[in-house]
Design a protein around this ligand. Sequence first.
Ligand code: FE2
Length: 248
Amino acid sequence: MDPRFVDIHSHVVPSGDDGVQSLAEGLGLARDAFEHGTRLLYATPHVSPALPLTEERQHRIRTAFDELREQTPLELRLGFELTPMASFLAEDPWRYVLEQTEFVLVEIPFVGSAEVFLEVGEWIERAGLTPIVAHPERTEAVLENPGLADELAGRGWPLQVNASSLLGRHTPEMERQGWRLIDDALAAIVASDGHRATRPMLLDDAYELTRTRVGEERALRLFDGTALGLAAEPTASQTPSRVALPGV
Ligand SMILES: [Fe+2]
C-alpha cells in the first residue's frame, strides 16, 4: 500500500504572504499534493514582523481556507508558521496552534541568532503547547552550530525537515544538514513547506530517498504523521469533498 503523507507545513492558502496568490493556485497545489500521496495537509500562513496576524487578515485567511477546504480532495487543516518576534510574548499562543493538535510551528530566523526563537518556544511551552521547529537545516544558527538542533530536540521540540532540503533544492550545506538530522534520528517529521507550483510539495520523492536510506519503518514515521500523533485516514477517495478524520 502506498504511504499516506501528513504534511504539517505549506503555504497553500492565499494569505498575503509569499505562498499561493489565489484560491485557484492553492487548489492546484493541494490537488498536486493529493496526487503525490498527501492525505492530511496543514495550511500554515506566515506570521512575521512584516505580516502580523491582524484580525482583518485572520478573517481573510479563514474565509479563503474555508473555501479551499470545500474543494480539495484531501483533509485540509489550518495552522500558522511563526517567525519569532518579541510581540508574540504578549499574546496567547493557542491562537496559532496547528488545528486539532497542541503544536505550534515556529521557524528559527534564516539569518541571525536563535535568541528570540528560544523565547518564543518557551512562551509556547508555558501555555502547555509544544513548538515544532520549522526547517532548522535551512537556518544560519543551525548551519553554524549544528549542536543547536541537538539541543532543541533534547528539549522535546520536534524538528521538521523540509523535503526540498533533502532533495538538494536549496544549498548543499542545507541538504547535508537535513540528512544529518534524519541520520541522527533528530528529525521528527518531514514536511513540504510548499509555496507554489514552482516550489511544490515533493514529499513522495523525499520519502523514496529516505526509505532507501533509513528503511521503510523509520521513513514512514517521518512522513505519515504518527510521530506527532497525527495520521491520515486510510480512505483515499478522489471525491473532492472534505474527509472526516478522527480526533487526534
Ligand atoms: Fe513555510
